[in-house]
Each structure stands twice: as structure tokens, then as C-alpha cells.
Design a protein around this ligand. Structure first.
Ligand SMILES: NC(=O)c1ccc[n+]([C@@H]2O[C@H](COP(=O)([O-])OP(=O)(O)OC[C@H]3O[C@@H](n4cnc5c(N)ncnc54)[C@H](OP(=O)(O)O)[C@@H]3O)[C@@H](O)[C@H]2O)c1
Length: 343
């Protein structure tokens, strides 16, 4: 690397574990890149560049975040300055309105082009539904085309994902926002099982059953909203939501380690065995986040104390993907263990 990318302040990431994937090793923490309403695409792309400067190598992108072109410029600059493509781990995701086979291929090619990355390390089906909603629509709105999970449609999309592997466009394929019964069907019918599942995970939403299920099936787990998404927009908040980083257990453990509770969320995630993808555009915060997972691990007692504060508090409920006669967001998550086919 040239001098700009050999920052004196780079964090030594030799203590950051890797997750072994069918093709390659994924760094056990990445940076999220969804800026939502309050972070501009330019800010996010700048944060990616500077985060790579201090040692981040894993970035969680998606076409629907609408910033892949600018993040691609950051990757291009990094590679121009000596960072090898193989040293980066880049995720992207196919959005709900591109699930038909030809669209999956086109979306993937577009992401590769925008991200300037030749291939994608981990390509995910962002949601297991074709249900689509326009950006910034109200959480109460229902699209007339939306319908409950359709396994035939999911398999058509998954076969298109498998074809991307054969074409060499992607190194690993996976899912996001799945449930156990949906995963059971996918594992029954897929030729290539998902290498990873990306799901909401933070101390107040530990999803122990799905987490253990994935581990038993050899599916790596990536955890989104790992800090409890403190910056999410108002429309994604409900009065019942709890705040992980204000939990007294988290605050006490943070005091013992002389760090912010956000750091404890991330240490817990990596030590538990999943891969958190915190988003930050604040250099102090993203530095602290990488530092947290490379130094000063939690004790067994601290891990146990955190395992006891799960509140089953789902923050990303997905209401905008509901169909017209759906009873509520719970219909998306198969809470009684069977796939909700109608309301
Ligand atoms: N697959 C999916 O369906 C899905 C859904 C949601 C999210 N995701 C992915 O997951 C990523 C993370 O989710 P998220 O952004 O919603 O939630 P998050 O990472 O839990 O929280 C991000 C927020 O935490 C703040 N923060 C970061 N580090 C901090 C620190 N050390 N101390 C205090 N505050 C800190 C950030 O503000 P600053 O910028 O000021 O630091 C930002 O507002 C997304 O960017 C996206 O890549 C995937």
C-alpha cells in the first residue's frame, strides 16, 4: 500500500477471527453501509475509505442502499493504492423487485460494476419475498402485488443465485431475513446450501433458536443492527422497542472494560460466533468498534450475563413487505413455527 493507506493509526487485526466459508475466509466483523435517511451516500463512501485505512476489510453492501456506485469508487481508490481485491470481503444483496432469474443476473452484474470489484464474496437474497414497496413509503401501506412466502418463487430465485456461482460472479451465496421453517424448505430443495444467513442480532434480540439452527447446519451467521440501530429513523421505532446500549448489564460491563456499551455489543457478537456488521460514519466510533473486537475479550461470566438479557425485541419488523390481508408484521416471521401462508 502507499503511504496514505498505511496509516500509522491502523488497528492490528491479527486477533480478529475469520469465518471459514465455502470460498474464502470472511473477517468476523464488517462495516454496514446502509446510511438510511440521515447519512448521505458521500458520507458512507468516505467512511468506507477511511475505515479500510484503519484496518476494516469486510463491507456489507446492497443495491437497495443506493450507494454502491460511490462505495465502488472508494474500493477502486483503495485498490489503486495497493489494497488487493482478495484482501477485501464484499457482500451485496439482490432486492425484492429483482428476484426473477434474468433480473437476479442483471442485479448482480450491476452491483459488481458499481462496486468495481470483479466478483462479490457473498451475495444474499435480501428478503425471501418478491414483495416490493417504493422507497420512503408509509409502514402502513400495502402493495396489491404482495403475497405471503411462496416457496416456488424462492426456489426460482435461489436457482438463479446458484447459477451466479457457476458463472464465477460470486464466491458464496446466502440468505437474509429467513426463519427456520423457510430455511428447512430451502435446505430440502437447494443444490447449494446457503453459506450464510444475515439476520437481526443484538443483545436484546438474540434469536437463539435460529442462531443455533444455522450453526448446526453449517451456515455462518451475520448479525445486522448489532448495536440495536440507535440511529434508525422514527418510522422504524415502536414504543415497545428497548435500547440495548442503555441496558444496565451492558452499561456495567462497559464500565468494567472502560468502553462504550456499543463495544460490548460487538465483543459479545464476535465471541458468540456470529459476524456483526455495525454501521458508522463517525471515525471515533468505527475505530472504537474495530478496536473492541480485536482487544480485551469478555469473560465467560460476562458472556453469560449478556445471554440472559435477551428481550426478543425485533426492531426491523418489515411491515412494508406485508400483503393486503396480513394480520401484522408477525406474519413475516413464522412465530408459531410454520410458514404463514395467509391471514
Ligand atoms: N439484511 C438486512 O435486511 C439488513 C437490515 C438492516 C441493516 N442491515 C445491515 O446492517 C448494518 C447495520 O445496521 P444499522 O446501521 O441499522 O444498526 P447498527 O449498526 O446497530 O447501528 C448504527 C448506529 O450506531 C451508531 N454507532 C456506531 N458505532 C457506535 C459506537 N461505537 N458508539 C455509539 N454509537 C455508534 C451509528 O452512528 P454514527 O454513524 O454516528 O457512529 C449509527 O447511528 C446496515 O448498515 C446494513 O449494512 C441489513
Amino acid at each position: 500500500m502507499n503511504t496514505k493507506y498505511q496509516s500509522q493509526a491502523a488497528i492490528d487485526i491479527q486477533h480478529l477471527p475469520y469465518r471459514s466459508m465455502p470460498q474464502g475466509n470472511m473477517p468476523a466483523m464488517g462495516m454496514g453501509t446502509f446510511g438510511s435517511d440521515h447519512v448521505t451516500h458521500e458520507q458512507m463512501a468516505e467512511a468506507v475509505l477511511e475505515a479500510a485505512d484503519i484496518g476494516y476489510r469486510h463491507f456489507d453492501c446492497a443495491e437497495v442502499y443506493a450507494n454502491e456506485d460511490l462505495i465502488g469508487q472508494s474500493f477502486e481508490e483503495l485498490m489503486r493504492n495497493g489494497v488487493k481485491r482478495e484482501a477485501l470481503w464484499i457482500n451485496s444483496k439482490v432486492w425484492n423487485d429483482h428476484h426473477k432469474p434474468a433480473d437476479v443476473l442483471e442485479a448482480c452484474q450491476r452491483s459488481i460494476e458499481n462496486l468495481c470489484c470483479d466478483y462479490i464474496d457473498l451475495y444474499l437474497v435480501h428478503w425471501p419475498f418478491r414483495n416490493f414497496h417504493p422507497p420512503h413509503c408509509s409502514v402502513e401501506s400495502r402493495s396489491p402485488d404482495s403475497h405471503p412466502y411462496d416457496h416456488r418463487e424462492m426456489m426460482e430465485t435461489w436457482e438463479a443465485m446458484e447459477a451466479l456461482l457457476e458463472k464465477g460472479l460470486v464466491r458464496n451465496i446466502g440468505t437474509s431475513n429467513m426463519t427456520i421453517p423457510k430455511m428447512d424448505l430451502l435446505l430440502r430443495d437447494a443444490s447449494v446450501k446457503p453459506a450464510a444467513n444475515e439476520m437481526e442480532l443484538h443483545p436484546h434480540f438474540q434469536q437463539p433458536e435460529l442462531f443455533e439452527y444455522c450453526r448446526q447446519k453449517g451456515i455462518e451467521v451475520l448479525g445486522y443492527c448489532p448495536l440495536g440501530s440507535p440511529g434508525r429513523p422514527e418510522r422504524d421505532r415502536t414504543p415497545q422497542d428497548s435500547v440495548d446500549i442503555e441496558d444496565p448489564v451492558m452499561v456495567e460491563i462497559a464500565k468494567a472494560h472502560a468502553v462504550h456499551p456499543a463495544a460490548i455489543c460487538l465483543k459479545w457478537a464476535v465471541q458468540r460466533g456470529h459476524t456483526p456488521i455495525p454501521m458508522s460514519v463517525n471515525p471515533r466510533n468505527y475505530r472504537a468498534n474495530l478496536d473492541a473486537v480485536t482487544t480485551d475479550p469478555l469473560t465467560e461470566d460476562e458472556m453469560t450475563a449478556i445471554s440472559r438479557i435477551d428481550k426478543a425485541c425485533r426492531l426491523i419488523k418489515g411491515q412494508v413487505f406485508l400483503w393486503e390481508d396480513a394480520a401484522g408484521w408477525e406474519d413475516l416471521w413464522d412465530l408459531n413455527g410454520t410458514i404463514t401462508t395467509s391471514s
